[in-house]
Design a protein around this ligand. Structure first.
Ligand code: GLU
Length: 295
């Protein structure tokens, strides 16, 4: 009996946390799941449809894009994109197997065949294309900086040299490479395997700034109780792609067609509005760009 108020408080808290997660918690797809679709024999689509499970690498700690809350099901825009692809393969959201894909392991898990797709705030670039292929782009982010709310000296990448700022980013990410040109010595660059650890380092004062994509930072800032703010201009272009096995042109085209269809039906916009669109009203609702050539 004496436990009841505490349990009730916990229930309220869990509801509140779920509400903050910015996701589609009902585990339903924004699009209808295709009924027994058929694909050319030997294709990745045919293989996945036959197994009835889509294996997807996503982030688990990035609010708005891929975030596990109290349930172990991740939520976010990237997760919704995965659900849209799965639906076209005849797979309902309950049959998607999610694997955590920190920045530094994304190519590796695709190469090893541990996942069919990686949708994890994953920038398309030539270096990565040596090992894997990308469908998309389906979003364009840009690198920025996040600092403590009281900080007035760090105002953009150029201010990092003057202030001798220590900057945190994630190992294997594009922003961790791009930031080096603004830091005179790499001893002022602190790397962790994910951005949650960078946010903790910012909170404790171990670093003065965190750098990665604007939308990733906005997710962290929006979950910081006002402790952090995102500052300065965007100083890179980060087109997000769906990572797939290298050279799988048919699968790439299938994903591109599926995304184009989702853009047309409104499912793409709904996916955004249900997730990342809730983080920060200043982020415009994206429109799907023309897909790159699959190779
Ligand atoms: N989009 C950048 C990248 O792929 C940064 C975000 C991340 O690390 O996931 O490296």
């Amino acid at each position: 009996m004496r436990r009841t108020p505490a349990l009730a408080a916990l229930a309220v808290l869990s509801l509140a946390l779920t509400a903050c997660g910015g996701g589609n918690d009902s585990d339903t797809a924004a699009v209808e799941v295709a009924k027994a679709p058929t694909f050319a024999p030997g294709t990745t689509m045919a293989k996945i449809a036959k197994t009835g499970t889509l294996q997807a690498g996503v982030k688990f700690d990035q609010p708005g894009f891929g975030m596990t809350g109290l349930s172990d099901k991740p939520q976010g825009f990237d997760v919704e994109i995965v659900k849209i692809i799965a639906a076209k393969l005849g797979i309902d959201p309950g049959h998607i197997k999610y694997t955590e894909a920190p920045s530094n392991v994304r190519e590796e898990i695709l190469e090893r065949g541990e996942v069919d797709v990686v949708a994890a705030t994953y920038t398309i670039n030539d270096e990565r294309k040596k090992r894997i292929s990308f469908a998309g782009p389906y979003y364009q982010a840009g690198q920025r900086l996040m600092v403590k709310s009281g900080n007035t000296t760090i105002t953009g990448p150029e201010s990092l040299a003057k202030t001798k700022a220590k900057v945190c980013s994630a190992t294997g990410s594009t922003p961790s490479e791009n930031i080096k040109q603004y830091l005179s010595g790499s001893d002022r660059l602190v790397l962790f395997d994910n951005y949650t650890k960078c946010a903790d380092a910012l909170r404790t004062g171990q670093v003065d700034a965190v750098t990665t994509d604007d939308v990733v930072l906005m997710g962290l800032a929006s979950n910081s109780n006002g402790d952090f703010k995102v500052v300065g201009p965007k100083f890179s272009k980060e087109p997000y792609g769906i990572g797939i096995a290298k050279g799988d042109v048919a699968f790439c085209r299938f994903i591109d067609d599926t995304l184009a269809e989702a853009a047309k039906s409104g499912a793409y916009t709904k996916a955004w509005k249900d997730t990342a669109g809730k983080l920060d009203k200043s982020i415009p609702v994206p429109t799907l760009a023309k897909a790159d050539t699959c190779s």
